[in-house]
Every structure is written in C-alpha cells, then in structure tokens.
Design a protein around this ligand. Structure first.
Ligand code: ZN
Length: 339
C-alpha cells in the first residue's frame, strides 16, 4: 500500500494540499516540533510521514520542500539507515509501544545530530503507546531539544491522552477533493474506471483502503451477496446456507452492507424520481427488491441489523446472528413474486 513507485519522492496525489500546508509552515519557520498526523486508515499517513521525515533531513530540498533524492542524507534515508532518523513502532508480534521504546527515543535525542542538525522521530501508530509510554513521551514533548521533529501517526487521536494531544499540532489527512483519488484509483491494478467512485465510497474516502478492497474482490463479493438476497426473497435459496457463505466472508462487513442496501431500497420505494443512492453498484437489484418488499417490514429489518451489529462485538454465535437476520427475508414479501 505504499502507492506508486514513481511517487516515492512526492506526496500521494490527494495529499498535495496537506503537503502545501506543511511547506508553508516550514518556510515561515513555524513547523511545530511535534506533529500529530491523523486521518482514517488508508489515507497514506505512513507515506506522508516518510516523505516529510526525508524532507526534513535532506541537504538540498526542492522548491516544493520535497527531498531531493540525491544528497547524502536522501541516500541514507532511502536505504533506511539515516543516523538522525528514528522510527518507533510496536516490536514484532506486539501491538503496543512500551516505555522502553520511548526511553530509546530519549537516548536518540541525547545524541548530537550527524548531518544538517535536524533529527526526526516517527512514532507509528502513536495511539498504540501504553500509558507509561505516553507519559514518558510527554516529558519529551514538554522540553523538546532544538532541531528535533516528532511525527506521531495516529488514526484514533481520541485514544491518545489529552496531555499528549495538546502538545502536538494536528494535521488531518482527509480527502479535500475526490478527483485526484479517483484518477489514482483508476490506475491501480484490477480497478475499472466505472468502479472507482463506488470503491472510494465503500472505503469511506480512504483511497489506499479503496484499492485494497478492489484487490480483495469486494465488488464481486457484493454482487454475489445481492444476488443471494434476491434469491432468498424469491425462495430460490436457503437463508441458512447463505448465512454460512456470508460468515465465511466477513459477518460485520456483510451486516453493514445489508444495512446500507436496505436504506437505498427504502429510498427507492419512497421516491418518485430515481433517488441518489449510496450503493450505485447494487442499483439494479436494489430497485427490484424494493418493489417486492414492504416499507414497514424494511424498517423492522434495519432495527434487526442494528441490533445484530451491536451483539457482534460480544461473545455471540455469529452464524446464528446472520441466520436471524436473513431468515425473515424468506418469510415476508409484499406481493406474490412473478416467476
Ligand atoms: Zn536530499
């Protein structure tokens, strides 16, 4: 998920506005010593942080404040062994960043910079620091040595102690314009031009996550699930068998999608004009289903799915849960279905 190989020395296409903000701060000598890089998974926060850390250490950055890719520092950062760059990530097979790792940052900061006087620390993901690690970092955030830049990568800033958050300047990578992301998606392997908008919507506007969905065959999977639904309603498929198939895929995603489809069906039924739907990839089948199911029943199913999603996080039998959601589809119809 690193993005285009030709993009190693540039932000990902949708990140240029954010890069420009950082560039302007650097030019004005107002780049904060601690940057909290936020945004949902799949926005390329790691790529952005890598690029920024390389740029901060580059000896001859470009006019756009990007790393030149050719100087001594750039060669070292690209090789992954620049002595003034420290990456802090959970150790192998662990998910937590512990206090020893934060102490290692402290030792790194005590050393004199080797090259241009700057030192960079990237903590990823910062929301995986345990409490003692976060407290240890707090001291460094309070009295940062000069020339030091701390970049904290984080998809869930609320999970960080407020004391840490308040000592960092936040930069949120959110999609400001979908066009560059859609162009980029269309150039990814296995993504059709017509699918880009659906993929991006499914991935909640996170382009790398959208490309990942395409590579995992999610669109094909959704088509199959919609056909399953139609076939349950028409009594051509056994809902218990369908539940088993959906379970093999992903119960949570299945339930979220089913919820979204129902909302679109209700829109179809309520609208005189073709409504704007959230699931354009399922439009044909959803329209057909909406003519075969009655409105109050569909609202009941929304409640049923919401309830199932709440139970899903507990210790429930997921297969049973999916069966309970799908069984009513074989039992309630608005009218006799034409053959
Ligand atoms: Zn350079």
């Amino acid at each position: 998920m690193a993005g285009d190989p030709d993009q190693l020395n540039a932000p990902l296409p949708w990140q240029f506005p954010h890069w420009e903000r950082v560039r302007a701060l650097r030019e004005a000598d107002r780049l904060p010593h601690a940057l909290l890089l936020c945004g949902p998974p799949g926005m390329g926060k790691g790529h952005f942080a890598r690029l920024l850390s390389h740029a901060l250490l580059c000896e001859t950055p470009t006019a756009a404040a990007m790393p030149c890719g050719a100087c001594r520092s750039c060669r070292l950062t690209q090789a992954g062994n620049h002595p003034d760059l420290h990456r802090c990530e959970p150790e192998e097979d662990k998910s937590i960043i512990n206090i020893d790792q934060i102490r290692a940052i402290g030792h790194f900061l005590e050393l004199k910079a080797h090259y241009i006087g700057s030192k960079v620390v990237v903590i990823n993901p910062a929301d995986q620091m345990n409490l003692s690690a976060a407290n240890g970092l707090l001291k460094m955030l309070e009295e940062p040595p000069s020339g030091v830049h701390l970049i904290l990568i984080c998809s869930r800033p609320a999970a960080l102690p407020a004391t840490v958050r308040s000592r960092c300047q936040r930069l949120t990578l959110a999609l400001e314009d979908s066009a560059p992301a859609l162009d980029w998606l269309a150039r990814q392997p296995g993504v059709g031009q017509a699918e880009t908008a659906t993929l991006l919507a499914l991935a909640q506007d996170a382009p790398l996550a959208a490309a990942e969905l395409a590579s995992q065959g999610h669109l094909e999977r959704r088509q199959q699930m919609l056909k399953d639904l139609l076939s349950i309603v028409r009594l051509q498929s056994d809902p218990l068998q369908v539940a088993e198939n959906w379970l093999k895929f992903d119960a949570k995603a299945s339930l979220y999608w089913l919820h979204g489809w129902l909302v679109d069906m209700i829109r179809f039924q309520a609208a005189d004009q073709p409504p704007r739907v959230s699931n354009p990839d399922g439009q044909d089948i959803l329209l057909r289903l909406s003519t075969e199911l009655n409105g109050p029943w569909m609202f009941e199913q929304l409640d049923r799915i919401a309830q199932a999603l709440r139970l899903l996080d507990g210790s429930v039998n997921t297969q049973l849960l999916l069966e309970e959601v799908l069984l009513p589809w074989a039992q309630r119809k608005k009218d006799p279905v034409p053959a």
